[in-house]
Write a protein that binds this ligand. Structure first.
Ligand code: ACO
Length: 370
């Protein structure tokens, strides 16, 4: 019996605090006009002291599980893609596992910079297709604002914080994730780095003096690389799925720069409105940008069951990749999962409990902050 990995749930969480370009003008020598015309970004979200990669991931995961109508105890595996983990160890995924109550799930973090969510989707769908797991939560979560040099106008204007999550479930019904392409080129490692705080440059006074705790980027070279690989990997994944570009309904690209998205559209000879973009609101949220853009596209009624959707990203490493999905939505009685079918009353009770639990959690966090 063939097994397919369907995306049946999605959720996002972003910090409340908004940092506009006008506020950035007061921090560093830049202007709203320059940032909008060179990147398309108008504002980004910045995590408060009590918001962390794990707390944002927990909110996004619970929302995704609610959409999928899956109880945390049914989750087999949690994969957190992140470039700004809670710690070097333990994995952020383990903290999420505990806080959402996924009692029988394995959990690990995956590091492929901004391409991390694409890598995680490919790993999760392969595990589901192999039969080793039925239900996997894939999360992208970031608080990169904590690793940005607020004196460096080349980078501090770009990044924002947030989290997005998908629930992937096994089904014998054809569809879901149909093809994936993963690529890397470590010879470009120096182009985009966050060098310190790990084995090569352990955290210490010299690191601080040398300005190494922060993201460093060769913007022009990364831009050149990004425009090349976005179009290339989109084409590759479409061919791998034996489809044509014309059959693709939507492309959800990594939100790094509106000009990169427009160049990819031009290189593929596609109208730019086929590309989902919300970069003006969130900036570059790294691994979280693709699931956040997907959640908003669904809210706006763009992604419909049956649509072919390409997720495509690039990032430090260098890494890049793409995933092609036949969009389905949550399982209904018609679209059954292989395992874990439940009664409707039990599902409603679970949803109510999750809502109630989140309210208590929000109250407790508020109390801690005070
Ligand atoms: N405000 C005003 N002027 C600025 C700013 C700023 N924020 N930043 C740079 N400039 C200046 C530069 O100093 C330069 O001045 P000069 O000509 O006097 O030297 C001029 O503007 C042009 O600089 P460029 O670097 O050529 O600007 P560019 O048009 O390339 O835009 C940018 C810079 C936005 C960083 C662009 O190169 C880019 O988006 N690159 C890709 C970045 C990216 O996608 N990174 C994320 C990768 S994903 C991951 O793994 C994290």
């Amino acid at each position: 019996m063939a097994r397919y990995a369907h995306i049946t749930g999605w959720g996002m969480a972003t910090p409340k605090k908004v940092l506009s370009n006008f506020e950035l003008e007061k921090i560093v020598e830049t202007s709203n006009e320059w940032i909008v015309s060179r990147t398309g970004i108008q504002e980004r979200r910045i995590a408060s002291e009590i918001e962390t990669p794990a707390s944002l991931a927990v909110q996004a995961a619970l929302r995704a599980l609610e959409v999928a109508n899956v109880h945390p105890s049914q989750v087999d595996l949690i994969i957190v893609a992140t470039s700004s983990p809670e710690h070097i160890f333990p994995a952020t995924a383990c903290i999420v596992q505990d806080q959402i109550g996924a009692k029988r799930a394995g959990a690990f973090d995956l590091s492929a910079a901004c391409t991390g969510f694409i890598y995680a989707l490919e790993v999760a769908s392969s595990i589901i297709r192999s039969g080793a797991a039925d239900t996997i939560v894939v999360i992208g979560t970031e608080t990169l604002s904590r690793f940005v040099d607020w004196q460096d106008r080349n980078t501090c204007i770009l990044f924002g914080d947030g989290a997005g999550a998908f629930v992937l479930q096994a089904s014998e019904e054809p569809g879901g994730i149909l093809a994936g392409v993963l690529r890397s080129d470590g010879s470009g490692a120096e182009l985009l780095t966050l060098p310190s705080g790990a084995g090569r440059y352990p955290f210490g006074q010299t690191i601080v003096q040398n300005g190494q705790p922060y993201i460093r980027m060769n913007g022009r070279e990364v831009f050149r690389f990004a425009t090349r690989v976005m179009a290339q990997s989109t084409l590759e994944v479409v061919q791998k799925a034996k489809l044509t570009l014309q059959e693709v309904g939507w492309i959800v690209p990594h939100q790094a720069n509106q000009r990169i998205i427009e160049t990819a559209a031009k290189n593929l000879n596609l109208p730019v409105d086929k590309f989902i973009s919300n970069i003006h609101r969130y900036g570059n949220t790294s691994t979280a940008s693709i699931p956040i853009a997907t959640c908003e596209a669904i809210q706006e009624g763009k992604l419909k069951p049956g649509d072919y959707v390409v997720f495509v990203g690039f990032g430090a490493g260098l890494t890049w990749g793409a995933t092609l999905v036949r969009w389905g939505g949550p399982f209904t009685t018609k679209r059954k999962r292989i395992f874990g079918r439940r009664h409707r009353w039990l599902s409603r009770l679970r949803s109510r409990f999750l809502r109630w639990w989140r309210r208590i959690e929000g109250f407790l966090w508020g109390k801690n902050a005070a």
